[in-house]
Design a protein around this ligand. Structure first.
Ligand SMILES: *[C@@H]1O[C@H](CO)[C@@H](O)[C@H](O)[C@H]1NC(C)=O
Ligand SMILES: *[C@@H]1O[C@H](CO)[C@@H](O)[C@H](O)[C@H]1NC(C)=O
Ligand SMILES: [Zn+2]
Length: 425
């Protein structure tokens, strides 16, 4: 009997070791919006969070802040908050456990909903970069007059980066263009998931969306950072990766592709530290993935009316500039289109997006793709930060359907406004 207990106890121990991951015991705290915090506290928080092995600030800006804290630092952190009598709450008491459960669910869903190679990807689960590439190839085969796939580059790890161009099939050339991308930041899985749903709606629901394809073509790059995206799908330990996967120094890997564009590059909101999550790169366009997006922007700038890049999390609809708090001369146009998305989403689900310029609503972030596209000639250029889910960047698979449908309502409303404001010349 005692031997049996020993075996049981040992196997539990082994099992626990197998299951535990890097984020075991990490907690996520939610703090009130910046307006409700004292400057003194914010300074103290800024100092603490410079310890980037023990702190990660998931969100700040005008939404409530979320901070992930290493078990060793939690006492310290809570004492600081209590010392300032701040009302915080523990949003997640063990990030490792949450991620473990999500990975187990994702594995089951992959088996239950395999991609059947039929040009249909549902909203049941998240897909790999390879599956998404295969999906757009299959769509193009199925609808050769309406859907066109083009290989536009390769990632650092040589993954093929493919765009899908969606038309209404009338064969007319030189229409205006809406350019959309997703998957800049590896861990923001809901972004490629939303892109997949957008593609499905535009291709398979033409009757509902005919007005969005009459004088406009849509050019879509589903995953800008495929190396990072695949890396986050490996295990719980890599789930929170944000950057590309090219070595940035002898010790560190990755550049923030959304700080790597050659427009006021590295002038604020980016880091010179190759180990930091917002590392701007050794130079502008050091990352092949950012170069690919830049090429796309330039090749469509003459006819491009809206550039939309999908991130998480907010929710925010952000327009230029991200490098300065100054507003562009045409801010009224930008705001009008963003407002159309805001109104449509609020009416559909009640989700309240914040809209405004990147710098003023979120933070300074120079070298981002939306500023770059706007400067290159797209009159409308947005970063859409989708709502949080899970601990923030990790909405569970069960949230995909609701989130992508909600976001599509906003995208369609903004596109309708663009189509009305910028008729075909
Ligand atoms: C971060 O915090 C941990 C735990 O308190 C500490 O051991 C470590 O030295 C700190 N690192 C830095 C760079 O301050
Ligand atoms: C097509 O769009 C309509 C209106 O948005 C929606 O109700 C319907 O579910 C969509 N159909 C498909 C097949 O996606
Ligand atoms: Zn992002």
């Amino acid at each position: 009997m005692s031997v049996l207990w020993l075996v049981l106890a040992l196997s539990c121990l082994v099992l626990q070791q197998v299951q535990s991951n890097k984020y075991e015991g990490y907690k996520i705290y939610e703090l009130p919006k910046a307006k409700a915090r004292s400057a003194v506290l914010d300074q103290a928080l800024a100092v603490l969070s410079m310890n980037d092995t023990h702190y990660e600030v998931f969100s700040s800006g005008s939404q409530p802040a979320r901070i992930m804290v290493h078990p060793e630092e939690q006492l310290n952190f809570v004492q600081l908050l209590d010392g300032h009598s701040l009302n915080y709450r523990v949003l997640n008491s063990n990030v490792g456990r949450t991620l473990r459960r999500q990975f187990a669910t994702d594995r089951k869903l992959r088996n239950k909903f395999p991609y059947r190679g039929n040009g249909r990807l549902g909203t049941e689960r998240f897909y790999s970069h390879g599956e998404i590439n295969q999906y757009i190839e299959d769509l193009a085969q199925e609808q050769p007059r309406r859907v066109f796939v083009k290989t536009v580059g390769r990632s650092y790890e040589r993954r093929l980066m493919k765009t899908v161009t969606i038309t209404n099939g009338d064969g007319r050339r030189n229409k205006n263009v809406i350019l959309v991308d997703g998957g800049f930041h590896a861990r923001e899985w809901i972004s490629p998931a939303t892109v997949v749903y957008l593609i499905d709606e535009l291709v398979n629901n033409l009757s509902e969306n005919a007005d969005l394809l009459l004088d406009y073509d849509w050019v879509i790059l589903p995953v800008v950072n495929p190396d990072g995206y695949e890396y986050t799908q490996l295990s719980e330990d890599t789930r929170m990766w944000r950057k590309t996967r090219k070595p940035s120094s002898a010790d560190c890997i990755g550049t923030d592709p959304n700080r790597n564009f050659d427009f006021h590059w590295n002038e604020g909101g980016a880091s010179d530290n190759p180990c930091a999550d917002t590392y701007a790169g050794s130079n502008a366009f050091s990352e092949p993935e950012a170069q690919v997006v830049s090429d796309l922007i330039h090749s469509h700038a003459a006819r491009g009316k809206m550039y939309l890049t999908l991130h998480s999390f907010g929710p925010y609809i952000l327009y230029p500039w991200g490098w300065t708090s100054d507003l562009p001369d045409t801010v009224a146009d930008l705001h009008e289109v963003a407002q159309a998305g805001f109104d449509a989403i609020l009416a559909d689900t009640g989700t309240f997006y914040e809209i405004g310029s990147s710098t003023n609503k979120l933070y300074v972030a120079a070298g981002a793709s939306d500023d770059y596209a706007f400067n290159a000639g797209f009159p409308i250029s947005f970063t859409m930060e989708l709502p949080p889910g899970g601990t923030g960047f990790d909405p569970p698979a069960s949230a995909i359907d609701r989130m992508v449908k909600e976001t599509f309502v906003g995208i369609a409303a903004m596109a309708r406004k663009v189509v009305q404001k910028y008729p075909l010349a």
